[in-house]
Design a protein around this ligand. Structure first.
Ligand SMILES: C[S@@+](CC[C@H](N)C(=O)[O-])C[C@H]1O[C@@H](n2cnc3c(N)ncnc32)[C@H](O)[C@@H]1O
Length: 209
């Protein structure tokens, strides 16, 4: 017995309904199932981790804030709530579903979700009319990224930051520090238990060159 088109589409429709019912969590889970290595985590970050990671940012001095791997925008509303009215927030993700979701979900003229890779941060910043970023936040799964991508992102980030600007990194493994050390001489560490899983935090500052 052959199945009709409507019947073969049923699991997809059911999956889409579940994703919609779960809201951002469902979208994130769908992203993880499609691209486990690139997404790297099954659950978005907690509010406690977000506040801890952003606690050292001097928002008055931020003209351009960049985020790598925003996913479904777990940090985005908090960042926008802190940012000045005339500042800009560029969020770069390789996952087109996440970028489409962010474009639909967050209506704020300061917010620019961009489909691309963090390795191209300098070109993306330039295309948006900036020479440097003041702060760059990374939610990238450094330890599972393809070989060479982590070091390339750390080098590009150092070039993209203004002197005095910081690279904010949260990671489930300490290894991210290995990527930061060749470029940043000033790195401070933290740890956040209240996240699944608990994770390491790094604030790497670009000293004057
Ligand atoms: C662990 S999720 C972080 C999601 C969110 N920031 C959070 O904390 O809940 C990692 C994100 O990095 C994105 N990603 C992976 N490689 C990337 C790259 N080279 N450039 C930009 N985004 C990337 C994935 O698509 C995914 O959205």
């Amino acid at each position: 017995m052959s199945l009709s088109k409507a019947e073969t589409r049923r699991p997809d429709r059911l999956r889409d309904r579940v994703v919609r019912a779960l809201g951002p969590w469902g979208m994130f889970l769908k992203g993880f199932v499609k691209h486990p290595v690139m997404v790297g985590s099954i659950i978005p970050s907690t509010g406690t981790l977000i506040d801890h990671m952003l606690s050292r940012v001097d928002w008055a001095k931020v003209d351009l804030f960049v985020e790598y791997g925003p996913g479904v925008g777990t940090f985005s509303r908090t960042i926008l709530a802190h940012m000045r009215g005339d500042a800009t927030y560029i969020a770069i993700d390789t996952n087109g579903d996440f970028i489409d979701y962010l474009q639909r979900d967050i209506a704020d003229s300061r917010f620019r979700p961009i489909l691309g890779s963090a390795t191209d941060v300098e070109a993306i910043i330039a295309a948006n009319g900036f020479t440097h970023a003041d702060q760059i936040l990374s939610g990238l799964p450094f330890s599972t990224l393809p070989d060479g991508v982590g070091p390339a992102i750390a080098a590009a980030t150092h070039r993209a930051l203004r002197p005095g600007g910081s690279f904010l990194v949260y990671q489930f493994r300490k290894r991210a520090r290995d990527f930061l050390e060749p470029h940043f001489s000033q790195i401070e560490n933290g740890f956040e238990w209240w996240n699944i899983p608990p994770c390491f935090l790094f604030w790497a500052t670009k000293t004057d060159d």
